[in-house]
Design a binder for this molecule. Structure first.
Ligand code: ADP
Length: 497
């Protein structure tokens, strides 16, 4: 009889519950979307209660056909940085959750830069100063909600990212914990000492009484209250979504790197026990913490990956479905390349140019829909090379890229990736890597998996894409991309790439 791990994958637009068995096979899924709130320009909020209720619903749905006595543990992976502050007595949030995408604290972050805090913050957290991370969002809630600061100082309130809030609700207030990966995205956590940092708390003006205790990513986080699922299930892992995908891809050795291609693209490189400080404006972060041992990562993100294909489909209406892009690209050769720089909301790593805007280059009378759509697919691959080059400049030696996400069903994209990067591109059999990572770490805690090495053996290949294009053509195509990027950069932005 199989045993199972229940993995909660709490994302930005939906909550999902997935069951995995002891071989890491995915056996059931339930998913529920929830509402996005945009109260002002640049603001993005979620209702934390709705996050909790949709999570509860999908867990119940996925468990209904299974004997809960066979479910050995729960693992949680989550949208990172999103900030919740709640009343310790009632569990009620005192303000809507401020989502990672929210830019309301941009002015304050600029002020911190002007005051010269960037170096301190970067050194301690591995992050840049940006509204993206939780600290400035916490400060905003404490300043804007009446009485919040006094109540926080008196110990009446709790802060958490979404992992912590779900844990609090599952355990009915018995557990106030987070894990080292989620902590590392708050901008309050010193990733070297693995402690909340007094100096950072002072810079952001945040009382330490708010904070959860930080545990390993695979640990004892408490037990869920019996009435939720008519069973007492232990919660044995918590890990941020991108780090969880790294674990789900079993990238446990230094130099192993995964890239997830959804709306955007997140690339995470395992750097082992070594904390590498990027010279190319990548983020240093915690990959996972197991048995008290920290594994570090370098991370780079691209804002627009699959979103460019959505734009070609919905905005320009050049295609009816994303999958049509594959057939079109197969018709296009490499002479007279067209470049689409999809800097719709600026450029992310390693350029960090929020004011750059998109452009199409290289149009001729022969340019048609196929060429423009191909340029959209290629842009995602070129941007991956930008990130890979940055990682290599920081000392990484990469021989293979492990890919996942909705876009990598497209064989043309995975082949062109291999061609442009000149590394093997490995697509796993199980593409639910985010949920799988949390399941692995929970299973590790309860002995379902013996070790990370054992988990590595469960990773199975769907397809390997080997570089086939001649190097000269590949490098020429890429240098054309670099020229195109130069031309969209905003005035005054420096070339950090
Ligand atoms: P997210 O989790 O960010 O919502 P998914 O992992 O579900 O994203 O991936 C969806 C994205 O992948 C969409 O942006 C879509 O345009 C893109 N996509 C889906 N199928 C294909 C395909 N066959 N070729 C290219 N892009 C695709």
């Amino acid at each position: 009889m199989s045993q199972y791990i229940l993995s909660i994958d709490q994302g930005t637009t939906s909550s999902r519950a997935l069951l995995f068995d002891e071989r890491g096979q995915h056996v059931a899924t339930a998913q529920q979307e929830f509402k996005q709130y945009f109260p002002e320009d640049g603001w993005v909020e979620h209702d934390a209660n709705e996050i909790w209720l949709t999570t509860l619903n999908v867990c119940r749905e996925v468990l209904q056909d299974y004997d809960t006595s066979l479910v050995k543990a729960i693992g949680i992976t989550n949208q990172r940085e999103t900030t919740v502050i709640w009343d310790r007595k009632t569990g009620e949030p005192i303000h809507p959750a401020i989502v990672w995408q929210d830019r309301r604290t941009a002015a304050f972050c600029e002020e911190l830069k002007v005051q010269g805090f960037e170096e301190t913050i970067n050194k301690k957290t591995g992050l840049l100063i940006d509204p993206y991370f939780s600290a400035s969002k916490i400060r905003w809630i404490l300043n804007e909600v009446e009485g919040a600061r006094e109540r926080a100082e008196a110990g009446e309130l709790a802060f958490g990212t979404v992992d912590s809030y779900l844990l609090w609700r599952l355990t009915e207030g018995k557990s106030h914990f987070t894990d080292a990966t989620n902590a590392s995205r708050t901008s309050l956590f010193n990733i070297e000492t693995q402690q909340w940092d007094e100096e950072l708390l002072k810079i952001f003006d945040i009382p330490s009484a708010l904070l959860p205790e930080v545990k390993d990513s695979s640990d004892d986080f408490g037990e869920c209250a019996a009435h939720w699922f008519e069973a007492v299930l232990p919660i044995c892992s918590m890990i941020g979504d991108q780090q969880s995908a790294l674990v789900g891809q079993a990238c446990f050795a230094p130099g192993m790197v995964k890239s997830t291609y959804g709306t955007g693209c997140f690339m995470v490189l395992n750097t082992g026990a070594q904390l590498i400080r990027s010279q190319s404006r990548l983020l240093s972060t915690v990959a996972y913490r197991v048995n008290g041992q920290v594994t570090y990562a370098l991370e780079g993100s691209i804002f627009v990956a699959g979103a460019a294909i959505q734009w070609l489909r919905d905005g320009l209406q050049l295609i009816g479905h994303a999958r049509e892009s594959e057939q079109l690209a197969e018709q296009v050769g490499y002479e007279n390349p067209v470049y689409l720089v999809p800097a719709f909301t600026g450029l992310g790593a390693p350029y960090w140019d929020p004011n750059a805007r998109g452009a199409l280059f290289g149009l001729t009378r022969d340019t048609g829909i196929a060429e423009i759509v191909t340029a959209g697919l290629q842009a995602v691959c070129y941007q991956t090379r930008d990130l890979l080059s940055a990682m290599e400049r920081d000392g990484a030696e990469v021989s293979a890229l492990y890919v996942d996400g909705g876009m990598v069903v497209n064989d043309w994209v995975t082949q062109f990736l291999a061609d442009v990067l000149n590394v093997n591109v490995e697509r796993p059999a199980i593409v639910e890597t985010t949920a799988l990572g949390a399941a692995y770490l929970a299973g590790l805690r309860v002995g379902m998996f013996a070790s990370l090495e054992e988990i590595r053996k469960l990773w199975a290949l769907d397809n390997r894409f080997v570089p086939a294009l001649d190097r000269h053509t590949a490098d020429q195509l890429y240098s054309g991309w670099l020229e195109a990027v130069e031309r969209v950069k905003s005035q005054g932005s420096s070339a950090t790439g």
